[in-house]
Design a protein around this ligand. Structure first.
Ligand SMILES: Nc1ncnc2c1ncn2[C@@H]1O[C@H](COP(=O)(O)OP(=O)(O)OP(=O)(O)O)[C@@H](O)[C@H]1O
Ligand SMILES: [Mg+2]
Length: 314
């Protein structure tokens, strides 16, 4: 499978200050679901935002390449980015209330995207918006077109966001913690919906989550991020069966599973940018750290075909 997205040697950092995402590598193959996981503050969201040219003010791409369909996005003009967003790459966030406009009905908001991306008339766009709402599993879609975001439940709002993302017929969907704000039953329904849409639209999905349990349902491959770096990337199956990085092991240890009596929580927190230790960034929390881990940062190595690990003792 060709790579739809390939991120190489990426450094994202404060305009004046330390790097946040460093020496970052990631590939997303056409048609797959790649999960990007790691604890809070690892740099997952910033990586997603960098792809879309939506980094917050004061944070910028310092180095590296973001190749989408072979073209480097890091050099796009703001105008080219506007054309790319929605049409080629769409994003959904954790809290749809932030992304939906509270003063317009959901029908008008979806129709606007359709008019903009597909040049439809308002009437045609509303008809298609209704079809999209039906597709994402919203009951009584025609009536819902006239609803305002606050009149819908959290799960329904997330479905509306997904409908809006689909409206531009993007090749890549970046879903940043799409189910984190929802309760577990709704969470499962949204994941099911994403799985269905992926089949029907040949969607490629970059699924960002702090929860390895959530992504197991949907992901083909998993990329684990720690302190701004990729530390392990392989197929979902391999990662759960044979993790090679101590950080991945620790994340799996903390995951509840059937038959498991005790959960081991990894002590400590992710060091923030500017306060990251010498050598391997994970060594202060690593049970297997040795002397050289404190001096030298291990390089990212392909230990087996398609299985990448950043550890001297993988
Ligand atoms: N708007 C911002 N302004 C300044 N610093 C930021 C901003 N957003 C992120 N950062 C810095 O970048 C680091 C990584 O943030 P990011 O949001 O990418 O983490 P994350 O892995 O998505 O975490 P979470 O699971 O909490 O969403 C943060 O710890 C913070 O130091
Ligand atoms: Mg985030």
């Amino acid at each position: 499978m060709p790579n739809l997205l390939e991120i190489k040697d990426l450094v994202v950092g404060y305009e004046k200050g330390p790097p946040i995402v460093e020496d970052f590598f990631l590939t997303v193959e056409a048609g797959e679901v790649l999960a990007l996981v790691g604890e809070s503050g690892c740099g997952k969201s910033l990586t997603g935002l960098a792809v879309l040219g939506l980094l917050p003010a004061g944070i910028q791409i310092k180095k590296g390449k973001i190749l989408f369909k072979g073209k480097d996005l890091a050099g796009l003009s703001p105008r080219e980015y506007v054309r790319l967003r929605g049409r080629e790459i769409a994003i959904i966030f954790q809290d749809p209330m932030v992304s939906l406009n509270p003063v317009f009905t959901v029908g008008d908001q979806i129709a606007e995207v359709l008019c903009w991306h597909q040049g439809l008339s308002k009437k045609e766009a509303l008809k298609q918006a209704e079809a999209l709402l039906r597709e994402v599993g919203i009951p009584a879609a025609r009536e819902r077109l006239k609803a305002y975001p606050h009149e819908l439940s959290g799960g329904m709002r997330q479905r509306v966001m997904i409908a809006m993302a689909l409206a531009g017929q993007p090749a890549l969907l970046i879903a940043d913690e799409p189910t984190t704000a929802l309760d577990v039953t709704i969470q499962a329904q949204i994941l099911e919906l994403l799985a269905k849409l992926r089949e029907q639209h040949q969607l490629t999905i970059l699924l960002i989550s702090h929860d390895l349990g959530v992504v197991a349902e949907l992901a083909d491959r998993v990329a684990v991020m720690y302190a701004g770096r990729l530390v392990e990337m392989t197929t979902c199956h391999r990662l759960y069966q044979q993790p090679r990085h101590p950080y991945t092991e620790a994340l799996l240890e903390a995951l509840p599973r059937p038959g498991k009596k005790t959960l081991t929580v990894l002590p400590g927190v992710v060091p923030p940018p500017g306060k990251r230790p010498e050598g391997c960034k994970f060594q202060p929390r690593c049970p297997g750290a040795r002397k050289n881990c404190t001096r030298e940062e291990p390089p990212l190595k392909e230990v087996e075909r398609g299985h990448w690990v950043r550890c001297f003792y993988a």
